[in-house]
Every structure is written in C-alpha cells, then in structure tokens.
Design a protein around this ligand. Sequence first.
Ligand code: PMP
Length: 419
Amino acid sequence: AEQQALQQVRKQFPILDQQANNSPLVYLDNAATTQKPQRVIDSLNRYYTMTNSNVHRASHTLSAEATLQFEQARETLAQFINAGHSKEVIWTRGTTESINLIAHSWGSTLRPGDEIILSTLEHHANIVPWQLLAQRTGAVINVIPLQDNGDLDLAAYKRLLSTKTRLVAVTHVSNAIGTINPVKQIIALAHAAGALALIDGAQALPHFNVDVTDLDADFYVFSAHKLYAPTGIGVLYAKQALLESMPPWQAGGEMIAKVSFTETTFNDLPFKFEAGTPNISGAIGFATAIKWLQAQDRRLLEQHETHLFNLALDGCSQIKGWQRIGSPEKSVSLLSFTLAGQHQQDIGYILDQQGIAVRTGHHCAMPLMQALSLAGTTRASFAFYNTRDEVNRLVEALDRISHAQQVSIPTHQPQTDDD
Ligand code: PMP
C-alpha cells in the first residue's frame, strides 16, 4: 500500500516521465531545484487564465481577487513556518534576495568593529552579501570551523561569540554535504551573547517541518523552487519588532504610504519591504505547493527519502574508491561523494549520458571545499518522488565508472555556479 501511495505521488510530477539521452530520466538534482506537481503548474495556468491583475491598488473585482489570493498565500506561508503573524512574511525572489535585503537594511546599522559570525558550511549566498557589507561598514567576519568529522565546531563557535557579535548567520542544512546543523542551540547561544541569528533554511524545509517560533530565529530565509514551487519567489521571515526597526531597502511603489518631493513615509509591514509589482503568480503557486505538501502523508514521504538515502549509501559503500563527504549522522537525503581516480565532472558527464542528473563541482560552497581540501564532489540529492529503482541505477552506473580504467571526455561541460 505504501508503494502504491508513493507511486501516486510520483505520478503528479509530469516532468519525471521522460527520456534523457535515450534512457528514462533519473532526476537526482533536487537540492538545486525540485520538480513541481501538476497542481502547482495548474495554479499558475489558472491564475493567468482567470485572475491576472495587479494587487493592492485598483478598485475592480479582478484586482480584489488577485489581492485576496496573494495575501492568502502569505497567510499559508506564515502558518507553514509557524510565524507569529503574516506581516512577518516578506516576499522576495528567494533565499539570495532575502539575505541581501537583510544585509542592506538591517546591515546598514553596523559600525566598524561589529562582528558577524558565519560558518564553514555556508552557500555563497550567505557569505558574499556579508563580505560586501563588511567592506561598506568596517564590520568583521568570523567563521565557525569544522570538527574532524565534518560537523560544525560548537566549542569554537562559543569562543567566537562576544559582546561585539551582532549577527550569527548559519545554514540549517548544508546544500553541499547535507549536514543538519543544531540551529536551535546556535540561536540560543547567539541570543545569550546579545546577537541576532539568521538561519538559511533553503535546504531544510524541503525535508522537514520548521517552526520559526520554536527555534526563536530572528531571520529565517528560504526559496520556493526547492519546495516544489515556482522559481523567482521566496520568503524572508523576521520578527515583527525587528522588521519595524529596519529601514526600507528597495524603493518605489507599494512600499510607500505618502510621497511628495520633499518627504516620503513608508507603508506598514509587510509592504514596506515589497517595492514594485510582486511575483503574484509565484506567491500563489508557492502556497499551492505548500497546501499540496500538507495534504500528503509527510511521515511516509520522509521515511521514503531516508530509505532511498540509506539504499544509496549502502550500495555506494561497496564501490571501490567511493568516499562519502559529510556528516556521519544528521544528514538530509543528499549524498556528496568522490570516486578515487575519477574527476567529478567526468562522473557527472557519464551519468548524464545514462539519463542520470546529478550535480558536480563546488556547489556554491568554495570555502567549504577548501576546508575539506577538495576541488569538488558529486552530489546526488533525493526527493520523495525518487524510486528505489532510480537509486539502483545510480549505484550500478557508479560501480561501472569505478571499474573504468581511464575516462577521457573530450570536452568538459561548462561549470556553472547556479546553486
Ligand atoms: N542557501 C542554500 C543553503 C542553498 O542551497 C541555496 C540554493 N542552492 C541558496 C542559499 C540560494 O538560493 P536561491 O538561489 O534560490 O536564492
């Protein structure tokens, strides 16, 4: 019965049912972006067929309907992460824009010598905005190192915290190696030192529920497209008092209350941070994905993901020269690895020839790769719509690659930096 339920879930993702390079597509790049269920695709179609109109302005019926759906979507997202109020949910383009908003708005209050703590496990999106901010303000960045087992060194973190620390910005789950960080503890320690905490939840919410109130996160950011929803939309959650105290970032329509050429007053939350026409269909599609997800048996889906992960781990562990990179425990269903004597780009190319989509390279985490003394890894990231058969195909393909004497690929695929 469980297998049937899982098959039913998979059937709702039409893109999975196709050939790639004359083999059935095996999509194992879910950490880069997930596929969308038909329900979400339909909601975009329905919005543009029936409702399209600008929000929050016109006096007409369509606009009222679009506004209603857009604001209901915000409500759905607020409930999904257990925010105190939907005002605390700001729509952005995604995780990257959420972090940039914080770095520009909240960050403008930093003074020379103020300290920001990041971790070695961060995605570039949670590094570069802080570097640019440090250059603008004279703030200083400190980095939590890794322990030998690849987990964050919490003892070192405690030593980095001081009265100078203004912000601790850490990822909930590593996109490169899958580690789940103890963010509740990290946040509590930040607060004890008088600092705020920002959690990058891009890779967490796709795998488990998150309660921002229970975590006591000051900022929590994530992207829709990794959560079975459209690209171009995401969320900045922040505590209301904090958002009230922050200056606006982008300026224009929607974010104002009153404008004259001498003075402008700003709109209330959440609109103060949403300049211009927002991604209306994206927000509606996002809420549709969340409602779809909530209607599924999430316990079964999580169990299945864990099962796929263990199957892949067991299978790959038998392969000569295969090495897993990442935390021994506490990981989401994502397997980062190297294969002795084989370059990851070649591995990615050969897998693609067999229809198997994985990600290779530094995974937008170059400082982590440096800390691990690796040029990159191959990453297979699983979603609940993947099957045991697909995992077996991956393991068999990797086993064949491990036996190949020497692989020579004439031209490398261009290395992109998109996740
Ligand atoms: N942080 C993490 C941990 C991520 O995995 C990603 C996307 N790979 C990002 C930030 C950036 O997200 P986006 O590109 O959707 O803005």
